[in-house]
Design a protein around this ligand. Structure first.
Ligand SMILES: Cc1cc2nc3c(=O)[nH]c(=O)nc-3n(C[C@H](O)[C@H](O)[C@H](O)COP(=O)(O)OP(=O)(O)OC[C@H]3O[C@@H](n4cnc5c(N)ncnc54)[C@H](O)[C@@H]3O)c2cc1C
Ligand code: FES
Length: 257
């Protein structure tokens, strides 16, 4: 059976949320059946050669739908956000490895920075009230998906850069004192590096979802290389699209600031 495919999906809802974030759901029964939390799709952008990678924010296998929540960054995401209900969205999916469902005795901590929060929503569902989300945003207006996490039973802690909501400061300030059995993180590289150091100090597993510029999305163009360390300590290059986007943080060779 094919692990991924190229197919047309119908957009069943799309709306702009705060901070230039588009919340879009599509009818895609093939991919919704196979998709795992943390995986992504390469979305075709009308008029562009390269597809744009966007993670699954929601997966409804029974209903055959997928949800994407993405920020308008440039032309590609801008054109995707301009698409309307009933339009056809071509995609290559599901891609990548996704979050491993590890036991996480002691609770699962999800750490998201800004637009790194959406890929964590589906993964947090399986932990119900055993999950805590620590999420960092620029300001109160940029907060996304808080109610969606809470609806699943997840406790949500928010930090904002300007102190307009929740903790005034970095998301990592809030997690130093928490107890948890495993960490799942997605966001900017410095945040991922800091989270993985905290997890390492507490001796708990930490999975990080990495982002790189992508072209093919299937390991063929070598465009999304990332430096990894093998079990024997030797450094090699892996690919975010094929070997990731989720990595055990102990594998990642973090770039110097
Ligand atoms: C596996 C994966 C999953 C992703 N999931 C999401 C998601 O769920 N929601 C979401 O909002 N975004 C997600 N992204 C980022 C998204 O793919 C980019 O923002 C998008 O490709 C930008 O395309 P553009 O044409 O709009 O912007 P461009 O004109 O190509 O670039 C505009 C700006 O965005 C930056 N950018 C472009 N590509 C990336 C990238 N891959 N990572 C980080 N910054 C980038 C550029 O450096 C530039 O500053 C994901 C990226 C990857 C690799
Ligand atoms: S995007 Fe081509 S190898 Fe990853």
């Amino acid at each position: 059976m094919k692990k991924y495919d190229v197919f047309n999906a119908e957009i069943i809802s799309t709306r702009m949320a705060a901070g230039g974030v588009c919340d879009m759901s599509v009818l895609a029964p093939f991919a919704a059946r196979l998709a795992k939390p943390g995986q992504f799709a390469q979305l075709f952008v009308p008029g562009k050669t390269l597809r744009r990678p966007v993670s699954f924010c929601g997966i409804d296998a029974a209903g055959g739908t997928l949800r994407f929540v993405f920020q308008v960054r440039g032309e590609g995401t801008g054109r995707l956000a301009d698409m309307k209900k009933g339009d056809t969205l071509n995609m290559l999916a599901p891609l990548g490895n996704g979050f491993e469902p590890c036991g996480a005795r002691g609770g699962a901590l999800f750490v998201g920075g800004g637009i790194g929060v959406p890929p964590l929503l589906e993964a947090s569902k399986r932990f119900g009230s055993g999950a805590v989300l620590a999420a960092g945003f620029k300001d109160k207006k940029s907060i996304i998906l808080k109610e969606d996490f809470e609806k699943n039973g997840c406790k949500v802690l928010v930090a904002t850069d300007d102190g307009s909501y929740g903790h005034h400061g970095l998301v990592t300030d809030m997690i130093e004192g928490l107890r948890f059995g495993a960490v799942y993180a997605c966001g900017p590289l410095p945040m991922l590096k800091a989270v993985s150091r905290i997890a390492e100090n507490k001796n708990v597993l930490c999975y990080v979802s990495m982002e790189e510029r992508m072209a093919c999305g299937i390991g063929a163009c070598l465009g999304c290389a990332v430096k990894l360390r093998g079990e024997n300590g030797a450094v090699h290059y892996g690919h975010v699209c094929r070997d990731g986007p989720v990595f055990d943080s102990r594998e990642v060779v973090w770039p110097d600031p």
